[in-house]
Ligand binder design. Structure first.
Ligand code: ADP
Length: 260
């Protein structure tokens, strides 16, 4: 399934997602301060920065898993959600299916088969017909080379295979935007390549993505835009070729030169 088959096609190049003034605290710990971002349709934005800088929290806010204290998240064609301390749960949840998240630790249900994991969201939450969800799941598993694993359980798969199921599970939700949270950081080095190859193919097919990663060489290969965060703020952003090759800010330089 490619983005062209998505119901709400957004013209390539126009903004698919706009985030402005996003703030989030946990207790008195201010984790995000006035985050502004834009992701254009068909583009890949890499979100980089040291551990604890707030990258995962940004993804979780975009996906409706966290409720920001302030700010606006707008997807092309709706919804536009402005957060205040009194924002209702319903508004946060309206963001849920515009994006789908691929988690660092795969987060598969251990007692469900691969196929059951993939169809859970489409059938139970999106209320799509089961036969249709199974057909989509089988096609997606086939394209990541896992058709023969459909009836196996997560513990019977390698980490790389589990993460490819994680990617299929996200695609099965037919989101406008894919969110990747350090998708390879739990994998043994020899398994990283297969997962990165799938992500790269999705980028080449035109999926819009936000990718949190420490794999800066990979980010340089696939990302169009890079945002560098530190201490809950955006320190620098721009085209990947500039931010990863010739960062302007000293903090970015130190980070990038350590990892590349
Ligand atoms: P990153 O992804 O860049 O490593 P995170 O977004 O995971 O950063 O975390 C940013 C900060 O927010 C960290 O200091 C982390 O401890 C804190 N944090 C994240 N989630 C929670 C939570 N649910 N409760 C309290 N603090 C949290």
């Amino acid at each position: 399934m490619s983005p062209a088959e998505m119901p709400a096609a957004v013209p390539a190049g126009g903004p698919l997602l706009r985030v402005s003034g996003l703030n989030k605290s946990f207790g008195d710990h201010e984790v995000l301060r006035h985050i502004d971002l834009q992701v254009d349709a068909g583009k890949v934005l890499a979100l980089i920065g040291p551990s604890g800088s707030g990258k995962t929290t940004v993804l979780r806010c975009l996906n409706g898993l966290e409720r920001p204290d302030a700010g606006t998240i707008t997807f092309d064609g709706g919804p536009e959600v402005t957060f205040t301390p009194r924002t209702r749960r319903r508004q946060k949840e309206s963001l849920r299916f515009r994006s789908a998240m691929v988690f660092q630790g795969y987060n598969l249900f251990p007692h469900k088969t691969v196929l059951q994991n993939v169809i859970e969201g489409p059938v139970q939450v999106q209320r799509r017909p089961k036969a249709e969800a199974i057909a989509d799941a089988e096609a997606l598993l086939d394209r990541v080379g896992l058709a023969d694993k459909r009836d196996q359980y997560p513990h019977q798969l390698s980490g790389g295979q589990q993460q490819r199921v994680g990617i299929v599970r996200a695609l099965a939700l037919k989101p406008a935007l894919l969110l990747f949270d350090e998708p390879t950081s739990a994998l043994d080095p020899e398994l990283v390549g297969d997962v990165l190859t799938v992500i790269k193919e999705l980028a080449e097919e035109g999926w819009t993505m936000v990718l949190v990663t420490h794999e800066l060489a990979f980010a340089r290969e696939v990302a169009d835009q890079v945002v560098f965060m530190d201490g809950g703020v955006v320190v620098e952003e721009g085209p990947a070729s500039e931010v990863l090759r010739q960062p302007r800010r000293e903090r970015t330089q130190r980070f990038v030169h350590r990892l590349l």
